[in-house]
Ligand binder design. Structure first.
Ligand SMILES: [Fe+2]
Length: 237
C-alpha cells in the first residue's frame, strides 16, 4: 500500500514537471513570435552575419537582396567601405553594411521598446542593405594603389541613378517610404527646407545607423577581439 502511494507520488511529480516544461516552452515560443512580429530581433545582442541579416528582409525584396549578395560576393568582400573616412580596407564595403545592419537591429529594439516606430525592422534592413549598393562598382584602385571613383560616378545623382538601375535589374520594388529612405539616408543636403520635412522617419533611422558606422565605429569591426560578441571582418577571399 505504502509502495503504491510512493509510486503514485513519483508519477505525479514527473507529470507536474512535464507540465511545467511544456508551459515554459509554450511561453518562450509565444514571446519569441511576438518579438519578431513587433520587428524586434529574434536574438539578443549578438552580432549577426550578413546572410542572417538579409534573411530578415521580408518577401521578394529579401530574396532579391540575397541573390545580389550571392552573385557579387567577391566584389563585396574586396571593395572598401569608402575612399578614406570609414571601413576603407579591402572588404570594408561588406563590413560597413553588416555593421550598420547590426546597429539597426540593436537600435530598433531599443527605440521600439520606448515608442512604436512607423516602419518595420525589415524596412530598415532593406534600405540599409541597399544604401551604398553602388559603391562596389564605384571604387577602383589606381596603379598607385590609391582609391578613385570610376568614370560615371562623379555626382550624387550618378550614384542614385546607378542604385535605381541595380534595383531594377534585380526586380526590387520599393514603397514610397523606402524610396525616401534610400534617397535621404545621407541627410537632406541640398533638399533641406525649413518649411517641410524632406527626410522621412525611415530615412532618419537609417541615417543614424550609417553615421554610427561611418563616424563612431569607423574602424569596426576589428579583425579580432571586437567587444561586440561575434563581430569580425568578413573578408574570406
Ligand atoms: Fe554608408
Amino acid at each position: 500500500m505504502t509502495e503504491d502511494i510512493a509510486s503514485a507520488l513519483v508519477t505525479c511529480g514527473y507529470l507536474s514537471l512535464g507540465f511545467v516544461v511544456l508551459v515554459t516552452l509554450f511561453l518562450m515560443i509565444r514571446w519569441s513570435n511576438r518579438g519578431m512580429a513587433a520587428g524586434r530581433s529574434p536574438v539578443s545582442g549578438s552580432y549577426l552575419s550578413i546572410e542572417k541579416l538579409v534573411s530578415m528582409i521580408d518577401g521578394s525584396n529579401g530574396r532579391a537582396c540575397m541573390r545580389i549578395l550571392h552573385e557579387n560576393r567577391r566584389l563585396f568582400e574586396t571593395s572598401p567601405g569608402s575612399t578614406g573616412n570609414h571601413q576603407n580596407w579591402h572588404g570594408g564595403y561588406v563590413d560597413h553594411v553588416t555593421d550598420g545592419m547590426n546597429v539597426a537591429v540593436a537600435l530598433y529594439a531599443t527605440l521600439s521598446s520606448k515608442r512604436p516606430l512607423p516602419f518595420t525592422l525589415s524596412d530598415a534592413l532593406l534600405v540599409f542593405y541597399l544604401h551604398d549598393i553602388e559603391k562596389p562598382w564605384r571604387y577602383a584602385f589606381g596603379s598607385d594603389g590609391q582609391l578613385r571613383h570610376r568614370d560615371g560616378f562623379k555626382t550624387k545623382e550618378d550614384a542614385h541613378d546607378f542604385r535605381a538601375a541595380k534595383l531594377k535589374e534585380y526586380g526590387i520594388r520599393l514603397s514610397t517610404e523606402q524610396q525616401n529612405g534610400l534617397r535621404y539616408v545621407e541627410g537632406e543636403l541640398d533638399d533641406y527646407s525649413g518649411r517641410r520635412r524632406v527626410m522621412g522617419p525611415l530615412a532618419a533611422f537609417c541615417h543614424l545607423c550609417d553615421v554610427t558606422g561611418a563616424r563612431i565605429w569607423f574602424d569596426r569591426p576589428t579583425i579580432e577581439g571586437d567587444p561586440w560578441v561575434g563581430a569580425t571582418r568578413r573578408r574570406t577571399i
